[in-house]
Design a protein around this ligand. Structure first.
Ligand SMILES: [Zn+2]
Ligand SMILES: [Zn+2]
Ligand SMILES: [Zn+2]
Length: 252
């Protein structure tokens, strides 16, 4: 039994080593070197795969979604709800830092919104780079939580997200603001972690703003604290040239 598990382990490349495990809300990275032998041992003891305890590399209890394939950047199942903790653990372990940072570059719409609010759209990628720079001697040799991965995950959970108004949400942008509208003029840039986001109780509205009573604008004090520590400017134009053509989209 043991040699069988060891044999499959030896044949497994780094890229193939991690599968996806949905947890309570996020989707996690599962170390197949540990999970598959446990599931096989469970099967021999007459237990179903879902009855075997499997954990994400961040430590959360998950169910291994074997049909979802590997935990990598091309996997569409990770387009949403990717666990920030797991993904930083994997990025540090696989040394795919650049790809991971790219996941936190705002898209063109969010970028325009952030700039129009007077803030630096490159703030989060810069904070990540500064943290990595400060702690570069602490590279983990095992895929498990550590200071760097946990700090980066904490920061990344407070990422900015562009939020459109309720009419846009209900009727669509052009219907709400006229056929010329490119971006919702009432949109705000909110902090994903500080803002009250709807959970599964909201049904089809899960992962949207839970209530307009609690929208916290970005950058929140988590990002500004790290920015102050590393002397990184949070306002538009601090250190980076604004993307061309992205000004004036949003007027107050
Ligand atoms: Zn996780
Ligand atoms: Zn709108
Ligand atoms: Zn926040």
């Amino acid at each position: 039994m043991k040699s069988e598990a060891a044999g499959s382990a030896a044949a497994m490349s780094v890229a193939d080593r991690f599968g996806i495990g949905p947890g309570r809300h996020r989707r996690h990275a599962v170390d197949l070197l540990e999970a598959l032998p446990a599931i096989e041992a469970g099967a021999r003891a007459g237990r179903k795969p879902r009855e075997v305890e499997v954990f994400g590399v961040c430590g959360e209890r998950v169910t291994l979604a074997r049909k979802w394939g590997r935990y990598d950047y091309g996997n569409r199942h990770l387009d949403t709800r990717r666990c920030e903790r797991c993904s930083w653990i994997i990025a540090l372990h696989h040394r795919t830092i650049e790809q991971e940072i790219a996941c936190y570059q705002p898209d063109s719409v969010d970028r325009a919104l952030i700039l129009s609010g007077g803030h630096n759209p490159d703030l989060l990628p810069k904070l990540i780079a500064a943290v990595l720079d400060t702690h570069q001697e602490q590279q983990p040799d095992r895929p498990e939580p550590g200071l760097v991965s946990e700090l980066l995950a904490h920061i990344c959970r407070h990422r900015p997200v562009g939020v459109m108004c309720a009419r846009c949400w209900d009727d669509g942008l052009q219907e709400a603001h006229g056929p010329q509208a490119q971006v919702c003029p009432e949109a705000v840039v909110a902090c994903w972690a500080c803002t009250f986001i709807a959970g599964s109780w909201a049904g089809e509205f899960e992962d949207t703003i839970g209530s307009c009573e609690c929208i916290v604008t970005s950058p929140c004090s988590v990002l500004t604290a790290v920015a102050a520590h590393h002397a990184i400017g949070t306002t538009a134009g601090s250190g980076t040239a604004p993307a061309s053509g992205s000004g004036n989209v949003h007027e107050h």
